[in-house]
Design a protein around this ligand. Structure first.
Ligand code: ASP
Length: 297
């Protein structure tokens, strides 16, 4: 039996306040506990990261699902993806609205296996055909997100982090990754970030480990950050060193962000080059840790 572990993040960026930082770390821990329970009962890494991600999407504190940020027209367009490391199947949705949990639609894309990524109206139509109930965007919109959007437009507030992600390894040594986001606040309509793109916003390979990224999506895409970190783990680096190398690479491209990882030995890695990143880890023996800072030099 392998060591099973789950690692969760709630986004990297500027720190709004210590209070918010602590609340985000607590939200991550709560989600990690949900995923850990699944792993402890013998469930798969894929089920664990999905369940953790649903909890984070439903928590209005985070920029994913309920609480998603708004684009420049004041609309919510979400990106999400999920990947498993045994067959390296992946499913994602981009620029989707009108669903409560984009990660569940992404999972359905993975299960159907016909495509890897569906975007926009087509993604929403797929969700309906698969029986996902229409969810009015007004229910995804929180007062806090709207207020933030107004103040960001006035230039009185820096964009707030809050993309969510989870990576896990289960008792069988299978790994999985999930990432979900409302994207960047004030983005152009139709913009797709790194989060739903395998290799960029997430990656999973049983032979290497699993990764979920957060931060400036355009740079993460160019760095192919999650695959970059996975390649380092495949070469034998422990998860922590691999994410640190990945974040340095992101920095070389001028990008800000963070990443979490788990390697085949069940070791966790968390790193960012931003002042804030919320995270939580729960290991096989139930040992919990969480925080809202993990900056690397
Ligand atoms: N990476 C996300 C995006 O660019 C945003 C974030 O992680 O804060 O859509």
């Amino acid at each position: 039996m392998r060591r099973f572990t789950i690692v969760v993040h709630g986004g990297a960026g500027a720190l709004a306040s210590e209070e918010r930082g602590r609340a985000a770390a607590a939200g991550c821990l709560e989600a990690a506990r949900i995923g850990h329970r699944i792993l402890a009962e013998g469930g798969s890494a894929l089920e664990a990261v999905q369940a953790a991600c649903v909890a984070l999407e439903d928590n209005p504190l985070f920029n994913a699902g309920t609480g998603s940020c708004l684009n420049e027209e004041g609309r919510i367009e979400m990106d999400a993806a999920i990947m498993e490391g045994t067959s390296r199947r992946a499913g994602g949705v981009a620029v989707i609205t009108g669903v409560r949990n984009p990660i569940l639609v992404a999972r359905r894309v993975l299960d159907r296996g016909r495509h890897v990524l569906l975007a926009g109206e087509g993604a929403e139509r797929f969700a309906r055909a698969e029986g996902f109930a229409p969810y009015p965007p007004s229910l995804l919109l929180t007062e806090a997100a709207l207020d933030r959007w107004r103040r960001e437009r006035e230039g009185t507030l820096p964009p707030r982090p809050g993309t969510v992600g989870a990576v896990a390894i289960d008792r069988e040594g299978r790994v999985a990754a999930a990432t979900s986001t409302g994207g960047t606040s004030g983005k152009a309509p139709g913009r797709v970030g790194d989060s739903p793109i395998p290799g960029a916003g997430l990656y999973a390979d049983d032979a290497a480990g699993a990764v979920s990224a957060t931060g400036h999506g355009e740079t993460i895409l160019r760095a192919v950050l999650s695959r970059y970190v996975c390649d380092r783990m495949a070469a034998g680096l422990p998860a922590q060193q691999a994410v640190e190398e990945g974040i340095r690479e992101l920095g070389r491209l001028g990008g800000e962000g963070g990443a979490i990882a788990v390697d085949p030995a069940g070791r966790a890695g968390i790193a960012s080059n931003t002042p804030f990143m919320s995270w939580a880890v729960i290991e096989a023996d139930g040992r919990e840790s969480s925080g809202h800072r993990c900056r690397i030099p």
